[in-house]
Design a binder for this molecule. Structure first.
Ligand code: PLP
Length: 220
């Protein structure tokens, strides 16, 4: 088995059956992604539009591509024809553009709302109250070509796992609170990366986004 296949097998063996492992393949070349694919991975995440557009045509069509980085509204049109889920919706304007581009492709696109849970101000996302207000005001029904599939969040980058746990716990609580407002598609709580996914899973994550623990350190 390759090191990548071993890493994937090890992480999968630690996960409850209901938790999806998303392979974060940013900065890694397609040959490396192919190894993960051959090890059975089908859910991949990228955070730059140009990089995703370069890789997607070179890899099998049954890959479920998730966009996980900051997305500029003027680039949505490039990924709308094939993207499975945009995890990083951080403004109503971006959601509106995803809806518009999905309509142009006659598709319905799945999105997650990114919630700002970390202490760092540099991370993106809606504040919890902002998100509550939007859903109470009917966000889930406002855009016919968008399905709101759940929430995504990134914890603070720290060794203090108790802080990380509290942040994940607050996101889980928000997820449970919003579920009744958000409609049937709302089933995904995307939280946990290489450094913190065991805690995220304990706190109720349904999808972890893992790069480094599968592929090793990124060179950039
Ligand atoms: C890079 C990235 C990850 C994966 O991080 P690792 O620490 O390499 O597992 C997860 N989520 C997002 C949004 C990222 O940008």
């Amino acid at each position: 088995m390759s090191a990548i296949a071993e890493n994937i097998a090890r992480i999968r063996s630690e996960l409850p059956a209901k938790v999806t492992l998303l392979t974060v393949s940013k900065f890694h070349p397609v040959e490396v992604l192919r190894e993960a694919y051959d090890a059975g991975q089908r859910v991949f995440g990228e955070n730059r539009v140009q990089e995703l557009l370069a890789k997607q045509p070179l890899l099998p069509l049954d890959i479920e591509w998730h966009f996980i980085g900051t997305l500029q509204a003027n680039k949505v049109k490039h990924i709308a024809p094939f993207i499975h889920t945009v995890q990083s919706i951080d403004s109503p304007a971006l959601l509106k553009e995803v809806d518009r581009q999905a309509a142009r492709c006659s598709r319905s696109l799945r999105v997650l709302l990114e919630i700002h849970i970390a202490a760092e101000t540099s991370k993106h996302g809606f504040g919890p109250d902002e998100c509550r207000t939007l859903l109470r005001n009917g966000l889930a029904d406002a855009y016919p070509h968008v399905r709101i599939g759940g929430l995504m969040g990134m914890a603070t980058f720290t060794d203090d796992m108790e802080q990380v746990r509290q942040e994940f716990r607050s996101l889980r609580a928000l997820f449970d609170e919003l579920k009744p407002l958000a409609g049937d598609a709302f089933d995904t709580l995307s939280m946990g990366m290489s450094g913190d996914y065991p805690v995220a899973v304990e706190e109720g994550s349904t999808l972890i986004r893992v790069g480094t623990s599968i592929f090793g350190e990124r060179s950039i």
